[in-house]
Design a binder for this molecule. Structure first.
Ligand SMILES: C[S@@+](CC[C@H](N)C(=O)[O-])C[C@H]1O[C@@H](n2cnc3c(N)ncnc32)[C@H](O)[C@@H]1O
Length: 289
């Protein structure tokens, strides 16, 4: 669960979509796209750490109109899975999809998107990414993985490009299980500490990411809106994945807490058929100063 396999990204995608629906009422994404467009040209969107393209699948229909996306990730296996993931989506949603070698074109009712992708390591080679010309810089489930100094470097580039930004689904540290068990709090503390480990970008912000990002952008004079986009999980497969993943991360963080983590997993698995897990996420929309 802490890795980013295509299977894990596919498992979380419906929960991400449901969570985004919560924040959609607060964040005027179509209005932002309208403001950022220059004349009749397509809106240029840069999607950082794209995985298999879930952010585009969620966002493109909300933005409306003509769009031109560049998707960036460092993992060649996830990039290789992009065309298949878009083909399945287009089929399920009745969209028109045309493909050529390194490019897709997707067409919905009132929007269309040209989609290209690029392999780049965002941690070590942010300058390989063409920020200039982007009107919207976006990422989903990325900000909690990065450090404060990396965020500074990213925001410098976003502000120089005079782009808007939309960062969806950053974990914000709120976690609650219903019903509760005695070990929840201790395991959550270990998991939160694991989230702050270096994921390649320096010490990760973890649950502090949305507030840190909002403060940094507001200091630049940008207009920032935050909105909750929480996961609510009652489905068995996802609950099991969370119990396994949280347990493994907690154990990696504190191998000596083996008995505690095992007791927590046994109780959580037994309660899973009547449990609900809420994981706090925040969406951040920024309009340039
Ligand atoms: C939680 S996943 C989110 C993926 C996608 N945005 C989504 O919403 O499904 C984090 C993504 O960050 C990417 N990533 C992690 N470290 C990276 C790096 N140094 N450079 C580029 N991408 C990276 C992973 O490959 C993965 O696709």
């Amino acid at each position: 669960m802490t890795g980013f396999s295509a299977d894990w990204l596919a498992l979380r995608e419906p929960f991400d979509l449901a969570a985004r629906a919560e924040s959609a009422a607060t964040l005027d994404l179509r209005g932002m796209a309208g403001r950022m467009r220059h004349d009749a040209r397509p809106l240029d969107v840069l999607d950082l750490a794209c995985g298999t393209g879930a952010n585009l699948r969620a966002l493109a229909p909300s933005l409306g109109g003509a769009q031109r996306w560049l998707l960036v990730d460092h993992d060649p296996r996830l990039l290789a899975a992009l065309p298949g993931a878009f083909a399945a989506w287009a089929h399920a949603q009745d969209l028109i999809l045309r493909t050529d070698d390194q490019r897709l074109h997707v067409e919905g009712l009132d929007w269309n998107a040209e989609v290209r992708w690029q392999r780049a390591d965002l941690a070590s080679a942010l300058d390989a990414v063409p920020f200039a010309g982007a009107q919207l810089v976006t990422a989903a489930a990325l900000l909690d993985l990065v450090s404060a100094s990396w965020l500074d470097a990213l925001f410098d580039r976003v502000c120089k490009a005079n782009a808007a930004a939309f960062f969806a689904l950053s974990v914000d540290g709120r976690v609650s299980w219903d019903p509760v068990v005695e070990e929840d709090e201790a395991v959550d503390r270990l998991f939160a500490a694991h989230q702050r480990r270096d994921k390649g970008f320096g010490a990760a912000l973890g649950g502090k990411a949305p507030a840190a990002a909002a403060a940094r952008l507001a200091a630049e004079g940008c207009r920032v809106t935050l909105s909750d986009s929480d996961w609510r999980i009652e489905e068995m497969r996802m609950l099991q994945a969370m119990i396994d993943g949280v347990g493994s991360a907690a154990l990696e963080q504190a191998p000596s807490a083996h008995a505690l983590v095992q007791a927590w997993q046994v109780k959580r698995r037994a309660l899973a058929p009547r449990s609900c897990l809420r994981v706090g996420h925040t969406d951040l929309l920024m309009l340039p100063a």
